[in-house]
Write a protein that binds this ligand. Sequence first.
Ligand code: NAD
Length: 260
Amino acid sequence: MLAGKTALITGSTSGIGLGIAELFAKDGANIILNGFGDPSDIELLRSGMEEKYGVKVRFQGADVSKAAEIEAMFGAIEGEFGGIDILVNNAGIQYVAPIDEFPPAKWDAIIAINLSASFHTIRHALPTMKKRHWGRIIQLASAHALVASPFKSAYVAAKHGIAGLTKTVALEVAEQGITVNAICPGYVWTPLVEKQVPETAKARGISEEEVIKNVLLAAQPTKQFVTVEQIAALAGFLTSEAAASITGSILPIDGGWTAH
Ligand code: NAD
């Protein structure tokens, strides 16, 4: 279904991004992986996907908090593939602390990675998509693009910003065969969530078990974590022709969280 298309998924060495990369490779797209990790593990991942799905899989280790590294990554992609057809802005980090104890460096990093990186990748991706009159931009936002939780000021601000960016770009490119949407997951059990359990326990003065039961799953009426596979399936649908009229949408996949 995606044969002949090229997809860049930022932050695809782990978690949700990796799940989306796997699904797109299975659907026949050439893949550009991005993110951090042990180089030999990443090479195993890259070559394994290439072999399993018979598509080209490349790795670009750009730190997406740095505009110059994003530009260099697009230069390399342009050289081999002439640009990308599908962009998934997925790289993200979290930090949990009360705002008056929130380290300014963490604020800057979260805004750079979770918000500004999308501005830079989109501005580099669009010229090729416009030329080809086809494109899919998928932002991994969060239920926190729609509602807030205490102690996550930078993350909630960045994700609300992503919702605004998504709608704005969708309007700008609506007549050019390019859709721009934000997927808003509730809690998914990935390293990002695992890491925030002790931070949240400290900020709220409760145990880690209580964080999982009374904070994370309490937010979700289903009392279940959302799965990586469910998010990848939604991303896959957004790349299809059936989804050509879905644009500028902020799509929750959150077990009912934002229905509260
Ligand atoms: P994860 O920690 O498993 O993966 C994050 C990925 O981003 C990794 O590949 C990491 O190497 C990469 N990354 C981090 N900083 C980077 C940087 N500066 N440059 C390039 N790559 C970088 O996290 P995840 O849970 O899979 O989250 C993926 C996205 O989904 C994030 O945007 C997150 O905010 C969003 N999200 C996650 C959840 C959840 O519950 N896990 C819920 C809602 C939204």
